[in-house]
Design a protein around this ligand. Structure first.
Ligand code: TYD
Ligand code: MG
Length: 535
């Protein structure tokens, strides 16, 4: 039988009939991926988009030759000006989940491919079940393809869902969704072609297998082939497809990462399984902004949109030392979150830096700036920083909150006027830098009763504007306890704070090591080595 597949190196394009651990072409390891040999028609349709160098040489040889010789076998077309290209407004379908619609840019676009990634147990199946239930209720044709769970298991979940929390007694439309429990790609494609749904969910892309490829389902070659063929069908038939994909913490395992180029929209579902809050972010969106984020809570009855998150976080904020409220931006939406810090004397040679909900390198940086320019030294102490509620904050505006929380914790005194709000980025020279949307942050803070929000210059009249970290500490900490004027507080439980310029134990030079796992977040850093860390 003629060979239908070939192993192609994803680094150099080398082709081989057999799989090799190391590419004979470029000697890279684990780069050979099994691919179908493109047929002449398929290669022409893709316009030489295939990655294989050999395939391009064979199928695109005419084009290359044509360019050189001026004549090719292809048809010459007249390019049009963009202004002459008609643009039909996108007909979006509402998923019935407001937060998801917002992240998608207004709803699902027919014929689009959406990749929904997230670690196992985060709620991807729950969300997609709810979406299809809502769409079925709206009279759309839907299809749920489950390669992971049996039809009975999916039914059990659907029975638990409450799609209309305001009217819980109404019919559960999650049960009106047709399901196909199948893992063979050809069967799935034939069924989609026959059923012609408007919206289809594939849960998950790692469980489907193309029979012509020998790799196990979930391997890089399989995942790519599966997604490519589903995309062809989705575009041809105008089906909106949501591909569910698992990501491990480092995102490496035969994961949806390899699909990011292929799909129109990549959504990431984040959060910790043990905590109720879940965040949905768009990492890529051809039909909308990637700035939006949606917040959900996992409850009995499914995922519930959290619309009043700021109110909840401010109400829950502790007034204790080490607590500060950060006026953050979640995309275009302001969100008030509590940042907490704990500073405790360390028993370890390399004190611990543990951070949750923030970038750990950012903590190292803030601690270095705090020691150098704020007079708060934490070199001999373990420092723990946490964004409460399992929320993740990914913006430079969080620096000041981390600095104030750590300063307050290490001094053992609550900030003045707690809950105290703040935002701003710290520069390496100790200055407080302007961050985007100060007016929206201040409005949100005022709405929830926070006064005197500490912010960089030019933020707004209602803010307590400061130019440097030192000024921010002076404004936030009760007088006599901050701004480098206080004595180190040995009698209050042996606070590890030392003042700049004071003789203290000389710390041996330490080397910053990056934790191998983004989830572990245990990063021993040397004192004030943040600005010298490797990138
Ligand atoms: P699931 O959607 O299966 O996660 P994923 O598909 O991402 O692996 O569900 C995740 C968890 O949510 C599961 O442990 C049970 C919980 N859950 C609830 O708390 N309430 C509910 O109504 C449902 C359906 C699930
Ligand atoms: Mg699932």
């Amino acid at each position: 039988m003629a060979r239908t597949t070939v192993h192609v190196c994803s680094e150099c394009g080398f082709q081989s009939a057999k799989w090799h651990g190391q590419c004979p072409g470029c000697e890279a390891w684990n780069t050979l991926v099994e691919e179908r040999i493109p047929t002449a028609r398929g290669a022409a349709a893709r316009g030489g988009g295939g990655r294989a160098r050999g395939a391009r040489a064979a199928a695109g040889g005419g084009a290359a030759g044509g360019a050189a010789g001026g004549q090719g076998a292809g048809l010459r077309l007249a390019p049009r000006l963009l202004s002459e290209v008609g643009s039909a407004p996108l007909a979006r379908m509402s998923t019935g989940v407001g937060e998801l619609d917002r992240v998608l840019g207004g709803g699902l676009v027919p014929g689009s491919l959406v990749l929904l990634g997230g670690s196992p147990g985060i709620g991807k199946s729950t969300l997609t079940n709810m979406v299809l239930g809502n769409l079925a209720q709206a009279g759309r044709r839907t299809l749920y393809v489950s390669g992971e769970e049996s039809a009975e298991q999916v039914r059990l979940r659907a029975e638990r869902l409450v799609l209309n929390p305001t009217r819980p007694t109404t019919t559960n439309h999650a049960l009106d969704v047709p399901i196909l429990a199948e893992t063979d790609l050809d069967t799935v494609l034939a069924t989609i072609a026959g059923e012609a749904p408007e919206v289809c969910v594939i849960d998950s892309v790692q469980t489907l297998g193309a029979s012509e490829l020998s790799g196990a389902p979930g391997s890089v070659g399989q995942v790519r082939a599966v997604a490519a063929r589903i995309m062809q069908l989705a575009k041809a038939q105008g089906v909106a497809v949501i591909l569910v994909g698992h990501v491990t913490k480092d995102g490496a395992l035969a994961g949806p990462r390899v699909l990011e180029h292929l799909v129109d929209c990549v959504l990431q579902f984040e959060g910790e399984r043990e905590r109720p809050y879940r965040e949905l972010r768009a990492l890529k969106n051809r039909f909308g902004s990637t700035n939006e984020a949606g917040l959900f809570e996992m409850r009995q009855g499914g995922l519930v949109e959290v619309l009043d998150a700021s109110a909840r976080f401010v109400a829950e904020a502790t007034r204790a030392p080490g607590s500060v409220v950060l006026a953050a931006m979640e995309g275009s939406r302001p969100l008030l979150v509590e940042v907490q810090a704990l500073v405790a004397p360390s028993e370890l040679e390399q004190p611990r830096r543990v951070v949750s909900g923030l970038d750990r390198n950012r903590l190292a940086l803030v601690l270095a700036i705090l020691g150098r320019h704020g007079g708060v030294r934490t070199g001999g102490a373990d420092v723990f920083v946490n964004v409460v509620g399992g929320v993740r904050v990914d913006e430079p505006g969080c620096d000041l909150a981390v600095a104030l929380a750590v300063a307050s914790a290490s001094r053992g005194v609550p900030l003045k006027g707690t809950p105290r709000g703040c935002f701003g980025e710290l520069g390496l020279t100790g200055e407080l830098r302007w961050v985007g949307h100060p007016e929206r942050r201040l409005q949100e803070a005022a709405k929830h009763g926070l006064q005197g929000v500490i912010a960089p210059a030019d933020s707004g009249a209602s803010a307590c504007e400061v130019a440097t970290l030192r000024q921010a500490l002076a404004a936030a900490l009760p007088s006599g306890s901050g701004n480098g004027r206080a004595r180190p507080n040995a009698e209050r439980g042996g606070s590890p704070v030392a003042l700049v310029g004071e003789p203290g134990p000389v710390a041996a030079p330490r080397v910053l090591r990056t934790a191998p796992d983004a989830g572990a977040q245990l990063v021993p850093v040397g004192e004030e080595s943040g600005d010298r860390e490797p990138h």
